[in-house]
Design a protein around this ligand. Structure first.
Ligand SMILES: [Zn+2]
Ligand SMILES: [Zn+2]
Length: 139
């Protein structure tokens, strides 16, 4: 990874294209029920970026769902592509402490294949077939 690198990303149909500047603040694997439902799979892998480091390079075609039934109790806004259904940005609701930080599913970001997660959350909800993941906790 490189602190100054700009990476491109998009949804499956490329109706939503964006760039991210620098490395993610965190790379979080989330095993919560809501992330499983949103993605339809065993867990969600999200890279956290400051809003100011995210740029949209095409007009956006996003739908959104205000998810208030989160395990943490904070409402988050889950966005998705209106055309292909890819999970897109997860934003905290206005006025919450993490305002300004967005989570982006790493599968949308070009070159993320070699990244290692820095954190796993809601491990108590982990699917039994998911064994120990490689985690690179920041020191
Ligand atoms: Zn799309
Ligand atoms: Zn989650």
């Amino acid at each position: 990874m490189s602190a100054t690198q700009t990476r491109t990303g998009s949804c499956l149909c490329e109706a939503n294209k964006f760039t991210v500047k620098g490395d993610p603040m965190l790379f979080v694997v989330c095993h919560c029920t809501n992330c499983k439902r949103q993605t339809g799979t065993a867990f969600m892998s999200n890279a956290l970026f400051k809003e100011e480091n995210i740029d949209f390079t095409s007009s956006q075609n996003l739908g959104q769902y205000s998810d208030s039934k989160t395990q943490s109790g904070s409402t988050i806004v889950r966005q998705f592509c209106n055309t292909c259904g890819s999970s897109m940005f997860i934003r905290p609701d206005q006025g919450k402490k993490l305002t300004g930080v967005w989570a982006i599913p790493v599968g949308l970001i070009d070159g993320s294949d070699t990244w290692t997660p820095t954190k796993e959350v809601f491990v108590e909800k982990k699917c039994s077939f998911v064994k120990e993941l490689a985690i690179n906790s920041p020191q």
